[in-house]
Design a protein around this ligand. Structure first.
Ligand code: SAH
Length: 370
């Protein structure tokens, strides 16, 4: 039998995040509202407050009967993210936010403003269970899956900061979302898919982003990749490859012992065949580990073996993480790696290291609360 102490320790982690309208499709929201004894169209009004007006401020919901406002907001717009702190870089154009969830778990999101777009990098899990040794998130293990509402709310929070002029460069809008924060999105499939739908449904039912501007990144969970292929969405798929050979990839991306390089590349190619969306291959360049010219050649030929024009490569200079003995490749080595890939005809662009000085770059999100 569990002692009370164990119960208080275990219960919060198992409890589900409060239900939010972003967890639900529009018809489900109407059903919840009807169960409360309210007119179903109130669900649309609530959704408009959330997705059009980016908030759940009771006082401003003057289109809802005063007597029902609190009840409706409690049922469908609970507070999901409590800001712990915001850190800024790039003269205010990059902002990392640390959020506390209802059960005390912490996650991070990063807003990045570029001349032509604003990208929100969101977390899909508190922690991560994939255990890649060069990634800070992987070192702490998995705390729990996030709900669709918790995922979407990171984007809505970023949209609000932009609208309110909190981000250098003046008021703006979120144009892109990348599932490249904490967690393995395809290990939390249903919530991530729900979030993708909410983000891309036209307002007021959703946030109205273009599917093309949403990127889901994965370590290569092949069955889930195939499931995503079958959804018929137009989102971009990114694959964290990091090595073209199984011997090395087994150590850098441990799930490779389950699904091999050839299997994940085949699955990525099937995604392209079904969607016509060019797949993005992520490759963190780690000095003397995976940055050899012969590995660039092997990667080029493995990709070309599966056709032309279906893929591009995004080398990422390794970002430093606590306790890691690895560092980024020498610039000359990086240059050669990129040149070799291009010589194979593979479009290749090195990813910037935005947010590195605030531990907000790829692989640095650890959400330490102190
Ligand atoms: N779990 C998913 C989503 C995270 S995306 C995935 O792995 O694809 C984050 C990207 O940053 C992944 O490509 C990841 O491998 C990469 N990354 C992790 N640690 C890094 C580091 N220290 N430097 C550069 N990139 C890193």
């Amino acid at each position: 039998m569990a002692t009370p102490g164990e119960l208080t320790f275990a219960a919060p982690r198992r409890a589900k995040p409060p239900r939010h309208l972003a967890d639900l499709a529009p018809a489900e929201r109407r059903a919840v509202v009807a169960e409360l004894g309210e007119k179903p169209f109130r669900a649309g009004q609530l959704a408009s407050h959330y997705f059009d007006h980016l908030g759940g401020d009771l006082e401003r919901m003057t289109d809802l009967p005063k007597a029902s406002r609190a009840k409706l907001v409690d049922a469908l717009l609970p507070l999901l993210l409590i800001p712990v702190r915001h850190l800024e870089a790039d003269r205010g154009r990059t902002r990392k936010s640390v959020w506390r969830l209802f059960d005390g778990a912490t996650v991070e999101s990063v807003l990045m403003r570029y001349p032509d777009r604003v990208t929100m990098c969101v977390s899909s899990q508190a922690g991560c269970g994939m255990n890649c040794p060069f990634c800070a998130t992987g070192q702490a293990g998995l705390t729990r899956n996030m709900s669709a509402g918790e995922i979407v709310d990171q984007v809505v929070a970023g949209a609000r900061m932009l609208r309110d002029g909190e981000i250098a460069g003046g008021p703006g809008r979120v144009s892109n979302v990348v599932f490249m924060g904490m967690g393995e999105p395809l290990a939390n499939y249903n919530a991530v898919l729900g979030a993708v739908r909410r983000l891309t449904e036209p307002t007021p039912d959703g946030l109205g982003l273009s599917q093309r501007n949403v990127t889901v990144s994965t370590v290569g969970l092949v069955p889930a990749m195939d499931r995503l292929t079958a959804e018929g969405l137009n989102v971009t798929l990114a694959l964290s490859l990091h090595a073209p050979d199984d011997e090395l990839r087994d150590t850098l991306v441990p799930v490779n012992t389950r699904w091999k390089v050839a299997e994940v590349l085949d699955a990525a190619r099937r995604y392209f065949d079904a969607t016509g969306r060019r797949v993005s291959i992520e490759y963190a360049l780690i000095r003397d580990i995976n940055d050899h010219a012969w590995r660039a050649d092997l990667l080029g030929s493995e990709l070309n073996r599966r056709g032309r024009g279906w893929v591009h490569v995004n080398p990422i200079p390794l970002n430093p993480t606590p306790g890691s003995k690895w560092t980024a490749s020498d610039p000359q080595v990086e240059h050669t790696f990129v040149a070799r890939l291009r010589a194979h005809g593979i479009p290749t662009t090195v990813r910037d290291t935005r947010g590195r000085d605030i531990d907000g770059a790829c692989g640095q999100l650890a959400a330490v609360s102190s």
